[in-house]
Design a protein around this ligand. Structure first.
Ligand SMILES: Cc1cc2nc3c(=O)[nH]c(=O)nc-3n(C[C@H](O)[C@H](O)[C@H](O)COP(=O)(O)OP(=O)(O)OC[C@H]3O[C@@H](n4cnc5c(N)ncnc54)[C@H](O)[C@@H]3O)c2cc1C
Ligand SMILES: *[C@@H]1O[C@H](CO)[C@@H](O)[C@H](O)[C@H]1NC(C)=O
Ligand SMILES: *[C@@H]1O[C@H](CO)[C@@H](O)[C@H](O)[C@H]1NC(C)=O
Ligand SMILES: *[C@@H]1O[C@H](CO)[C@@H](O)[C@H](O)[C@H]1NC(C)=O
Ligand SMILES: *[C@@H]1O[C@H](CO)[C@@H](O)[C@H](O)[C@H]1NC(C)=O
Length: 578
């Protein structure tokens, strides 16, 4: 399963500092306005600004990392430059206290702070398997096209499987016991990002974007280079309500001031040549398009009937009918639990309010020790691959952590990813919240076959471990009965790896195709509106997706910069394709 969390209705009280107030957007225009500062947005905003263009990055959430003046921290971090987002041992805090951090309008867990998902996630970080591109993506986005972007991403954001600065791995009993069973079953140890295509019967240490014992990633690379450029601008606490457009030509973005601390009004792109990039995440980008009159008619009618947007929504004759929200996907999560007397639990939850002094000292003074490791002590990670009766190969990533029903328990999540054929749908409610309307999990027989086959295989492998006992499934339960006992819902199977609502492809969704954006990531039926984030992924990745999303954003920047600017004259009311 998916770890549960409480949705917070409003974060305003938390951030409504007395001196803060909303300010009106200036009349200055920008060559590019990027909406959302997550995995996709941070990377593309930097790449666009590198070209010399003026770039405005809009983020609806507050600051996060201490590097950028974030303030949310455990008391032992007072008087340091660190926040909860920087210290790997505190990443679990998202499951304890998500107020003002998690999005309040997505229905499922997502980060709504500077950095989006890459500020709150577990920082697990993989070079994509070539099938992640070759099976899922269209022409121009195959592994041969993507290799240079992946290389560039991993140069700017190195991966690391020994997060502690002293070069040691801490509390490895779980890793050691489980991998004994895998070794006996014939699995091979790999350094995962040295062998991205070895994803069948292999295992590795959990691998992260952690450097110097702190969360690294695009907040500490792409955003740093962008911030150093005079024509780059970041507005936090500033949401985009919708794009302002005439037909397919976007002139600006209408703003929603958040936490009583951002900008309001409308900000415009450079007349004629300016562009808007939507990087608001799988739920957020779909929502932004719906509110801008782009999507299936049933969803646009919900917005049209809503008290919030109805009376000011773009008129129906300007709507662009595209399958936004369809093709929703996520890794299918199935949790198993084992126990072994040698396993040592560490109380990462306690590290927030009542930490062990020796551990905080080691971390603060040397960026070393258990708190440099991501909570709750992740690893090993291993992979299996399964050929389906439909001829399709499916990849499974297995992700272990030291947490469960007892102090000697480990939870291992089976993620079924690359190759899945089940898809769901996201929609919008009358309150303008996003929602998973159709669950994407196990809708096809072959997806379920792969989950069962994978689990059978790993059960027999782990039975090689001396002293191991099964918590779930119980040793007498059949794998099929166990898999069937877990509901196919986000609460039970969600992996927080949502993709697909604004799929990329050459099959134009206005005329029956599945694609919302073309091969340049431009929204069909528009001149100058693009979507660049996890929402454009046609299918699921083998591993946790952020590495692939960074590479996609690099690729998109290259293609967008190479595109001829839209014609400077605005054709009133017309929809043009270029
Ligand atoms: C708890 C958790 C753990 C995860 N663990 C991992 C992991 O270990 N490794 C991994 O690779 N992946 C992990 N993921 C998934 C990964 O973080 C996401 O796939 C990735 O961040 C998605 O990138 P994105 O650019 O599509 O959107 P996001 O990163 O979600 O960014 C979207 C951004 O847009 C902003 N936004 C939304 N709407 C608007 C608007 N209207 N106006 C302005 N701003 C807006 C949001 O606040 C957010 O900052 C995890 C996700 C979660 C939630
Ligand atoms: C905090 O300061 C240290 C020492 O100067 C630096 O190495 C680190 O990058 C800083 N971290 C953040 C999050 O600003
Ligand atoms: C952080 O604070 C410094 C000093 O006040 C300021 O110059 C800088 O612009 C701030 N950065 C952000 C991202 O708010
Ligand atoms: C994975 O490895 C197993 C064992 O060697 C093999 O039977 C299976 O065909 C492989 N799967 C794929 C998809 O290559
Ligand atoms: C499984 O599929 C892979 C990839 O298509 C192929 O290389 C392999 O031979 C297949 N294995 C079996 C056992 O069919």
């Amino acid at each position: 399963m998916a770890r549960t969390f409480a949705l917070v209705a409003a974060a305003a009280a938390f951030f409504g500092h007395a001196q803060s107030q909303c300010t009106a957007a200036p009349s200055q225009t920008y060559d590019y306005i990027v909406i959302g500062s997550g995995a996709g947005g941070l990377v593309i905003a930097d790449k666009l600004s590198e070209s010399g263009a003026s770039v405005l990055l809009l983020e609806k959430g507050p600051l996060s990392s201490g590097k950028w003046n974030g303030t949310m921290k455990a008391s032992w971090l007072q008087n340091t430059n660190l926040t909860r987002f920087d210290v790997p041992g505190l990443f679990n805090q998202i499951w304890v206290d998500s107020a003002g951090v998690a999005c309040d309008d997505t229905g499922v867990m997502a980060g709504c702070v500077l950095g989006g998902g890459v500020a709150v996630n577990s920082a697990l970080y993989w070079k994509p398997h070539s099938s992640d591109w070759d099976v899922n993506f269209p022409t121009g986005w195959k592994s041969t096209d993507m290799q240079k972007h992946v290389d560039n991403v991993f140069q700017r954001i190195p991966s690391n499987y020994i997060p502690s600065k002293d070069g040691k791995l801490y509390l490895q009993q779980g890793f050691d016991r489980v991998t004994k069973g895998l070794d006996t079953a014939g699995f091979k140890y790999v350094v995962a990002n040295d062998a991205p295509n070895e994803k069948n019967r292999t295992y590795a240490h959990a691998t992260f974007y952690i450097q110097n014992g702190e969360r690294h990633g695009p907040l500490r690379s792409y955003l740093e280079t962008a911030m150093a450029r005079p024509k780059f601008n970041l507005w936090v606490n500033t949401g985009a309500r919708r794009v302002v457009r005439t037909g397919g030509h976007i002139t600006g973005v209408e703003l929603e001031c958040k936490n009583n601390a951002g900008r309001s009004g409308t900000v415009n792109v450079t007349p004629g040549t300016g562009r808007v990039i939507v990087s608001a995440g799988t739920m957020g980008s779909a929502k932004l398009l719906f509110r801008s009159g782009i999507g299936p008619t049933d969803q646009l009618n919900v917005v049209k009937s809503s008290p919030i947007d109805g009376s000011t929504m773009i008129s129906q004759d300007q709507w662009i009918n595209l399958p936004v929200g369809n093709n929703l996907n996520d890794h299918v999560g199935t949790d198993i639990q084992i126990s072994h007397p040698d396993i040592v639990f560490y109380d990462f939850y306690g590290a927030w309010g009542s930490p062990i002094k020796a551990d905080t000292d080691a971390y603060l003074q040397k960026r070393s020790g258990i708190l440099a490791q991501v909570a709750p002590n992740l690893g090993p990670i291993f992979w299996t691959a399964h050929n389906g009766s439909d001829g399709i190969t499916r990849h499974i990533q297995w992700q272990a952590r030291i947490e469960g029903r007892t102090k000697t328990a480990m939870t291992i999540t089976q993620y079924l990813g690359m190759g899945t054929t089940s898809r769901g749908r996201a929609d919008i409610t009358p309150q303008l919240n996003m929602r998973v309307a159709t669950n994407p999990y196990l809708r096809t027989t072959q997806d379920k076959e792969a989950v069962i086959a994978g689990l059978d295989y790993v059960r027999s492998a782990l039975n090689n471990v001396q002293g191991l006992t099964w918590i779930t499934p119980t040793s007498s339960q059949t794998t099929t009965a166990f898999v069937n006992s877990i509901p196919a819902t986000p609460a039970s199977r969600g992996s927080n790896h949502w993709t697909g609502t604004c799929t990329i492809g050459s099959d134009d969704g206005r005329t029956g195709g599945k694609a919302v954006v073309d091969l340049d990531t431009k929204v069909y039926g528009t001149d100058n509106l693009f979507v660049v984030d996890a929402s454009i992924f046609p299918g699921m990745t083998t591993g946790n997706p952020s590495g692939a999303i960074f590479a996609v954003a690099e690729r998109a920047a290259e293609r967008i910069l190479a595109l001829k600017a839209p014609a400077p004259k605005l054709i009133r009311g017309a929809t043009r394709d270029m």
